[in-house]
Design a protein around this ligand. Structure first.
Ligand SMILES: NC(=O)c1ccc[n+]([C@@H]2O[C@H](COP(=O)([O-])OP(=O)(O)OC[C@H]3O[C@@H](n4cnc5c(N)ncnc54)[C@H](O)[C@@H]3O)[C@@H](O)[C@H]2O)c1
Length: 270
């Protein structure tokens, strides 16, 4: 029986807590919940069939075999460090927060015989990129299309004084490296961080962000070129009802990854 602690009781944390209780009754147990806004943790705890304790981050790490981070890119690196230092496995959703330090976190995980788990989240094609990376990969490009409300409040939008509600047609909002995209849109662009880590790094991975009031879904188009040939994937994501910035595929991907961890007797795909 694996004990699981969840940090961040919003859209992803709530979805996972409910499904862990329902789908993995015999394989896992929720050890605790943690949120910077304790009220959110209380609300989630009440929604679950069994009362789950609300803990501080340190207590949660102590009581869990696996910590799931579903909080914010401002804290994900710190959560990783703390969990790995205690030899605990950690699944990270706010991957943008790892972009600077992932190599040292990977070394720490190895030293402590623990595992960092980065689910594919809202993008498809990571399986191909991982395989392609075993030979030469020349180019990785991500084009993200989101409705204006999904980009609202991002540091780049505020800094450049972009009136997102005034946009009438299709408009390219940002073009640059994944390294810059993560800083400019920290709540939107976890997929570009993940692609950078899995592929050719944040300085070489190119990102384009496009918006239009006509867009109904969060769309990610991935293009990879290398010795293997060329890969193009397009994921048309339905936004989560409680957070338009988060695609529904993201919590589903975390759940699928969890299923793989808890039941390792089958492994399908790369
Ligand atoms: N990897 C992916 O493909 C992918 C996709 C979607 C979202 N995400 C990321 O996953 C994270 C969670 O997404 P969500 O939709 O559930 O967000 P959300 O806003 O619905 O919930 C986040 C929760 O975390 C809490 N929180 C914020 N800062 C915290 C801190 N320092 N310590 C503890 N709790 C904190 C908030 O109070 C909130 O309850 C976000 O960082 C988001 O960018 C990743």
């Amino acid at each position: 029986m694996k004990t699981i602690g969840i940090v961040g009781c919003g859209t992803i944390g709530t979805f996972l807590a409910k499904r862990i209780n329902k789908d993995f009754k015999l394989l896992a147990r929720l050890a605790g919940l943690c949120d910077i806004d304790e009220e959110k943790a209380k609300v989630l705890s009440k929604k679950l069939s069994k009362k789950i304790p609300i803990l501080s981050l340190d207590q949660l790490i102590e009581k869990s075999d696996l910590i799931i981070e579903a909080a914010s890119s401002s804290i994900s690196c710190n959560i990783c460090k703390k969990a790995l230092t205690k030899g605990k496995d950690v699944m990270v959703m706010s991957i943008g927060g790892l972009i600077k330090d992932y190599k040292s976190l990977f070394s720490l995980a190895e030293k402590k015989k623990a595992t960092i788990i980065l689910p594919s989240g809202a993008i498809c094609g990571l399986d191909g990129l991982k395989s392609a990376k075993l030979a030469n990969v020349r180019k990785v490009t991500l084009t993200t299309r989101k409705p204006p409300k999904g980009l609202k409040g991002a540091p780049y939008i505020i800094e450049k004084d972009i009136d997102i509600d005034a946009i009438t047609g299709e408009q390219v909002i940002f073009e640059g490296t994944a390294e810059d995209a993560v800083k400019a849109f920290p709540k939107n662009i976890n997929v570009s961080a993940l692609l950078s880590i899995a592929g050719i790094g944040a300085k070489k991975t190119r990102v384009k962000i496009v918006t239009s009031p006509e867009y109904m879904v969060n769309m990610h188009e991935l293009e990879v070129e290398g010795d293997f040939g060329r890969l193009v994937s397009r994921t048309e994501n339905v936004p989560s009802p409680t957070n338009p910035k988060t695609s529904f595929l993201a919590p589903l991907s975390a759940l699928a990854t969890l299923k793989q961890i808890l039941n390792p007797s089958q492994k399908i795909g790369t």
